[in-house]
Design a protein around this ligand. Structure first.
Ligand code: SF4
Length: 230
């Protein structure tokens, strides 16, 4: 008999969004906890807090949304670090929803299984920075795992996006240009979304305001379109 999905891994649910799954109506499942501690993280409560909702309760909620939503976004926190994430997504897929994951790329083995089992339909992969600043920004040592996750998505047929949160005191303009060059060396083509750090919101670490002048320039190349997001 399969184990019930009783662990309380979920911090909260956003019942409806038009913004977080490209072209789809969706809800967002926020997983508690993260194996990174990015200095600029906007979700300190979720990253440092405990889960309050178990998988079975989320599945009951999703059953009530069948036919009303196209997809489910698994965000957090870091969804791929949770035990039972694979059987949980299997159940979401069995209900007929499309699944998007937001991931920091630290769990390539989990990502590989999700891809092989055709359990995800879209992925948003964080590109935190290059190795020189990765550890400082994320307070973790997962760059090589990020690279493996990036390769897995590049080799798959799953649509995905690469995205970075930009803070001027954490990533200089010249480093940012090197990040775009890195994506080119990895043969990435398409949109590169850059979310500028939002000044004056609670974050994991207290940061000075970020200078927004980088947004005034066009960093796009022939293969990569750099798109700044709010
Ligand atoms: S911003 Fe960093 S710490 Fe916050 S949820 Fe994402 S990976 Fe985790």
């Amino acid at each position: 008999m399969k184990k019930p999905l009783t662990a309380k891994a979920i911090y909260s649910i956003t019942p409806f969004t038009l913004l977080d799954y490209p072209g789809k109506t969706a809800c967002i499942i926020w997983f508690a906890g993260c194996n990174m501690k990015c200095l600029y993280c906007y979700n300190p409560d979720i990253v440092l807090g405990k889960g309050k909702i178990d998988f079975e309760n989320v599945l009951s909620f999703l059953k009530s949304r069948k036919g009303l939503l196209d997809g489910v976004v698994l965000s957090g926190g870091e969804c791929t670090m949770h035990k039972n994430i694979i059987p949980f997504i299997e159940k979401i897929k069995a209900l007929g929803f499309m699944v998007k994951i937001d991931t920091n790329g630290s769990k390539p083995l989990v990502l590989k299984e999700l891809i092989q089992k055709k359990l995800i339909d879209y992925a948003a992969l964080d590109f935190k920075s290059l190795p020189e600043t990765f550890e400082h920004i994320t307070q973790s040592d997962w760059f090589s795992e990020f690279e493996q996750s990036f390769s897995l998505l590049m080799d798959s047929v799953i649509p995905f996006e690469i995205r970075t949160t930009y803070h001027s005191s954490l990533i200089s303009e010249s480093e940012f240009i090197k990040m775009i060059a890195y994506l080119e060396t990895r043969n990435y083509e398409g949109n590169y979304y850059v979310q500028h750090f939002m000044n004056n919101v609670p974050t994991l670490s207290k940061l000075e305001n970020s200078d927004k002048k980088i947004r005034l320039k066009d960093f796009s190349t022939t293969k990569i379109k750099v798109i700044f997001r709010e």
